[in-house]
Design a protein around this ligand. Structure first.
Ligand code: ZN
Length: 151
């Protein structure tokens, strides 16, 4: 699907980059976490409103490259209505996807990031929002950085 560098920024990614979904703060958020990818300069803050075990609302703010913004945008769309267990499973699938390019299980639109594995420098951009998501769910107050993780 992504045989050339130009294809990395294919239509879905470009669309979410230019018009990020759920791009706002949440005053009523039950948890939030910041993510920082120093290699690229991506910074974002993710907001979650949990209702029991279910993600009722998700949004983000921040700045960064197209991949990081599109990833956060698609993340907020993908996790609504999901349980903590679902989200953890989605993290694992997205992680595999951007590391290997292989789709294991249902990932929906997130499959657009399969091509990222060919560009190791961009893997951290694609996974940043997902690290912030896990941190938010764990209730960790301190910012996460991709530099603390082997991805
Ligand atoms: Zn980036």
């Amino acid at each position: 699907m992504f045989d050339e560098l130009g294809d990395l920024y294919q239509q879905v990614i470009l669309d979410h980059c230019k018009h990020p979904r759920n791009f706002h703060e949440q005053g009523q958020a039950t948890c939030s976490a910041q993510g920082h990818n120093p290699l690229c300069g991506d910074q974002l803050k993710l907001f979650l409103t949990m209702e029991g075990d279910v993600v009722k609302d998700a949004s983000f703010v921040g700045s960064g490259c197209c991949i990081s913004k599109a990833s956060a945008s698609l993340l907020t769309e993908s996790i609504r209505g999901k349980t903590r267990t679902d989200v953890r499973q989605m993290f694992d699938r997205v992680h595999d996807l951007v590391m290997t390019g292989e789709v294991k299980g249902e990932v929906g639109k997130l499959a657009v990031f399969a091509g990222v594995h060919k560009f190791p420098a961009r893997v951290k951009c694609a996974i940043l929002a997902w690290h912030a998501l896990l941190a938010a769910l764990k209730g960790e107050g301190h910012p996460v950085t991709t530099e603390n993780d082997e991805t």
